[in-house]
Design a protein around this ligand. Structure first.
Ligand SMILES: [Zn+2]
Ligand SMILES: [Zn+2]
Ligand SMILES: [Zn+2]
Length: 321
């Protein structure tokens, strides 16, 4: 970050007997500072706006929807201030990938993690469908493709939970191969196929970074954003995780029941093919999944080259194992 730039770290509500404000925590390059952003006469609006803005900073799937709800009844100066701020926040993580670290660490009240994903896109009262009944399951407007709003959800809470489980076990298998521990003590890739054949003979430094690709995608899920690959290694990790999530869903019924227990159901649950279509920019990496010849060192390093069009990961995030 340059000294002249302004980085938004997080948003918090501030409640006093006379007013309910939303404060922005800002870093001008010389340490954090609080700045008043908006003021409400009621406490919940300030709390919800701060939470939605943190969600926007973290690219949460439902952040815009939550912003719309709170801004709908907000005073005009608040709406003006927020509409000026959103484009700045949208660009912020690209300039300074470390900035959302603070928002990510804030304790959340109530819904968090996988519950941040929606179960439906139906607004209840839809401009095309009228009143949405039963998430538009028998809606003639939707059946005719006449509604652009009430579409199936890409990633529901239950889908996110099973995908999160797959990412966790595959990460551990890749770390096991890196450290020659667990099922990979004999330097043999594990049974889940976390590490493709063309890189199975790579050194520990490669394998640790590759294992971290699963963890990075998992961290996306835990803050309520789409798992978004930022490099080839993450594309491969995500593809394998979606495949493994489908296997878990089909084979491990007790585990799935445990994962589902606290999460609401959706008619869009477990659409694995949709995830393969929506979460990738292209499928250029696919050949590597089954390629058996060891890759040369130059090809290997390219696995971690950042895509220029996706905000990169925080360089200081470290390793889980
Ligand atoms: Zn609907
Ligand atoms: Zn409909
Ligand atoms: Zn609709």
């Amino acid at each position: 970050m340059s000294a002249t730039s302004k980085s938004y770290l997080a948003f918090v509500p501030r409640h006093t007997p006379s007013a309910h404000e939303v404060l922005a925590m800002i870093d001008h390059g010389d340490g954090p500072e609080a700045e008043s952003l908006a003021s409400f006469s009621d406490a919940p609006s300030a709390t919800i706006l701060a939470s939605a803005l943190n969600g926007y900073l973290l690219h949460q799937v439902t952040a815009e929807r939550r912003l719309e709800v709170v801004l709908d009844g907000a005073p005009a100066p608040v709406r003006t201030a927020i509409s000026a701020l959103l484009p700045i926040l949208a660009a912020a993580t690209a300039d300074d990938p470390a900035a959302p670290r603070v928002a990510r660490q804030l304790p959340t009240v109530g819904d968090g993690g996988f519950l941040l994903f929606p179960t439906t896109n139906c607004p209840g009262q839809c401009e095309f469908c009228g009143p949405c009944r039963n998430d538009c399951v028998d809606c003639s407007e939707c059946a005719d493709g006449g509604c652009e709003i009430c579409l199936p959800v890409t990633l529901t809470p239950r889908t996110a939970a099973v995908l999160g489980q797959a990412l966790a076990v595959l990460a551990d298998e890749a770390y096991d191969l890196a450290y020659r521990t667990g099922m990979c003590q004999d330097s043999v890739p594990g049974p889940l196929g976390a590490v493709p054949a063309c890189v199975a003979n790579q050194d520990q430094w490669f394998l640790r970074r590759y294992a971290r690709a699963f963890d990075d995608l998992s961290s996306d899920l835990h803050v309520g954003r789409y798992p978004t690959p930022t490099c080839t290694a993450e594309e491969i990790a995500l593809d394998l995780a979606i495949q493994d999530a489908e296997r878990i869903y089909c084979d491990e019924h007790e585990l799935v029941a445990d994962l589902e227990a606290e999460l609401p159901a959706s008619r869009s649950d477990y659409n694995w093919d949709t995830l393969q279509d929506v979460l990738f920019q292209d499928k250029d990496y696919e050949g590597l999944l089954t390629y058996r010849v060891p890759l040369d060192p130059q090809e290997i390093e390219r696995w971690f080259d950042e895509f220029g069009n996706i905000p990169p990961r925080d360089q200081h995030r470290g390793f889980r194992r």
